[in-house]
Design a protein around this ligand. Sequence first.
Ligand code: FNR
Length: 418
Amino acid sequence: MSIGRDIQGRIYRAGLFGTRPAVPTSYDALEAAAQRRMSAAAWSYVHGGAGLQATVRANRQALDAVRLVPRYLVDVEERDLSVDLLGRRLASPLLLAPIGVLEMAHPEAEYAVARAARGLDVPMVISTQGSVPMEETARTLGRTPRLFQLYWSRDEDVVRSFVERAESIGADAVVVTLDTHLLGWRTRDLDLGYLPFARAEGIAQYTSDPAFRALVEAREPFGNTPRPRLREIPAALRALRSMRHHWPQRVGHRDPRPRAAVETFLDVFSRSDLTWADLARLREMTRLPILVKGIQHRDDARLAVDHGVDGLVVSNHGGRQVDGAIGSLDALPAVVAEVDGRVPVLFDSGIRGGADAVKALALGARAVLVGRPWVYGLALAGEAGVRAVLEHLLAELDLTLGLVGVRSVGELGPHVLA
Ligand code: FNR
């Protein structure tokens, strides 16, 4: 039995009875269906990149430019998708990338995603900007591997507390995202005047955190929140109403002082004065493996390894940070060469199908993080939508392995590329 033929067979058999996949297998159709389903703000936030969107395009161009070469008459009847990562054997080389503010896509947010991940045993990287406290997501994941993605807060107590919580939910690693110490110039969100966090969306890790709560409690009633001017009151009331709708009830998490929590969050989110030396402090805080996410330059890869990280993720945040940047796959070979097998190199940014994953793995990635595609699945059909997108990716990955003449992910290498 192979997952590729299994899922293909299921879809074609259902087709005999007139049923088509509820979640399209073709990426363009998936994206179009999700756009129809999502609010303008949610679509802009998830789909959008920085500036002219040049890096979003570059990510695709880099993947499109790499070509696979099919090989035949090799016995590929049995195929093995498993990989080793951080001392575990994973069922496949796919992980769910950390994605914040999932409540924008679906009211069940991480609950739906974690159920889908659990069903397929696909590890989940839990975001600092989650819509659900990490403990809840972890409980929903059951025994499925989880990693915790960290945005390094300005408040060191919050960082320490997040890391302790990551340990207590059984995370296999802390993944420090380096590329978002400043928010990129995201023109689509700017033109809508829309930042989810300012509406108390995607800050559940903070509002559920004792160290963060202490900061909120210590805050003056109005803090540095500008009081609305008279003519702004109707809009402020509308924003408050939408917050009520979006947040406490929908993800089951209440905050007695949502405005103060938002302002405190905006104060502490991310710092731009971190240097490589700060990684040593994180090392002292935890014995968990530390991965850094966002590496694009071979010198940063070398520095990361020199500073003792246990792995790195080649990523440009899906083109959301620097417009006009290198396509992420174009950055991968030099990083892999620089790291030279000392730690695993993971990859993301632009993966849309199983064949894309095969290309990244052939270029030396140990595993691949999937981002936007499953968010679109979530928007379309909650848990079932995430599951469908992951199944389609796994199926195509499995079939592509066989069609390029290899029996396992471990056998992939430059020899399958033109
Ligand atoms: C992200 N990404 C992200 N990364 C991270 O480390 N923490 C986070 O909270 C988020 N949040 C987030 C939200 C949304 C809506 C998107 C699209 C992306 C980046 C993510 O982990 C991954 O690097 C990209 O999604 C990869 O690009 P593609 O493949 O989705 O285009």
